[in-house]
Design a binder for this molecule. Structure first.
Ligand code: ADP
Length: 296
């Protein structure tokens, strides 16, 4: 059974597009990244998925349960980190954590202590005195302390310093190794590339590419760096061309034989052909507006 499954999920805010026709499946135990720039629809998808807002049309299921009908049952098995955490003023971090654990009728104290220590969060602090990063940590502990089967994390690393981001991903990897399913949204491609097994790219409310991170990174294009002089005029399939002090660097998606023949005519002293970064591939999807679905 899939951990998450949506069919044609669509949400309009009045006349404003939130998300359109999103059909996505995330298998149990997957470590899934949901990538897109601000305003693409990541939070709308997550909030609709969790039944926090009603879809305009389409369906969402979590562990096979209908999000509209079985929300309470679902939320018992899910840890959710909202993009912007807000707490009641006057409470201390430890009260917030206890309240959150209490809602799930669980004693999560040992795990909460462990997480606070690893994330260097002082539970005696009043929530209104917390920095953005520390508020984020408190929300992370709320989402993780009851050790849920499914973690849905909306932009979890924004506001965390690099050291804490690393610790946070270590914790997620441990949870993943224990069998939890992890779904996280991000606008930082490199963190998805480093940590996730599968990913979907969302643009303007629609999924434009979906598959294993490996296959998404493996675009048809190659990054080519040439040291020396080469004439590239008339060669189709060149993007992102940059002159370097001693040559040229570009993304190439055209016919390899034509490239090799152009290079052979030039004065090439060194040549590197490598797979582009996911970031470059992502920009390419954005520029050309292509849709690509690989098997998950
Ligand atoms: P992301 O999480 O990727 O930054 P959002 O899901 O927040 O994107 O937003 C997607 C689109 O929906 C944006 O155009 C945004 O302005 C719009 N939107 C989000 N929330 C609301 C809302 N409560 N009312 C009206 N429009 C909204």
């Amino acid at each position: 059974m899939d951990a998450i499954r949506t069919d044609d999920l669509t949400k309009y805010y009045g006349g404003t597009r939130g998300i359109e026709h999103i059909s996505l499946t995330v298998g149990q135990g997957d470590f899934f990244g949901f990538i897109g720039p601000n305003g693409a629809g990541k939070s709308t998808f997550i909030r609709t998925l969790l039944g926090l807002i009603r879809p305009s049309s389409g369906q969402a299921r979590i562990f096979g349960l209908n999000v509209g009908r079985d929300r309470v049952k679902i939320l018992e098995r899910v840890g959710y980190l909202p993009a912007e955490a807000s707490f009641w003023p006057g409470m201390r971090v430890r009260d917030v954590l206890r309240l959150s654990a209490g809602l799930r009728r669980r004693d999560c104290q040992p795990e909460a202590d462990r997480l606070c220590e690893r994330l260097r969060l002082d539970p005696s602090r009043k929530v209104e005195t917390l920095s953005l990063g520390n508020r984020k940590k408190a929300a992370i502990v709320c989402a993780l302390q009851h050790e849920p089967e499914l973690l849905i994390l909306d932009e979890p690393t924004s506001g965390l310093d690099p050291l804490m981001q690393r610790e946070f991903f270590d914790i997620l990897r441990e949870r993943s190794a224990q069998g939890a399913t992890i779904f996280l949204s991000s606008h930082i491609l490199s963190e998805v590339q480093r940590n996730c097994a599968h990913a979907a790219i969302i643009r303007d409310g629609s999924i434009i590419a979906c598959g294993s991170v490996e296959s998404l990174s493996r675009a048809d294009a190659r990054r080519v760096s040439v040291r020396g002089h080469v004439e590239l005029d008339g060669l189709a399939g060149i993007r992102d061309l940059r002159r370097t002090p001693d040559g040229v660097d570009f993304l190439y998606g055209g016919d390899m034989r034509e490239l090799l023949s152009a290079l052979a005519k030039g004065d090439v002293r060194d040549l590197t052909v490598s797979e582009p970064e996911l970031e470059e591939v992502f920009l390419h999807y954005y520029e050309e507006g292509g849709v690509r679905h690989d098997d998950l």
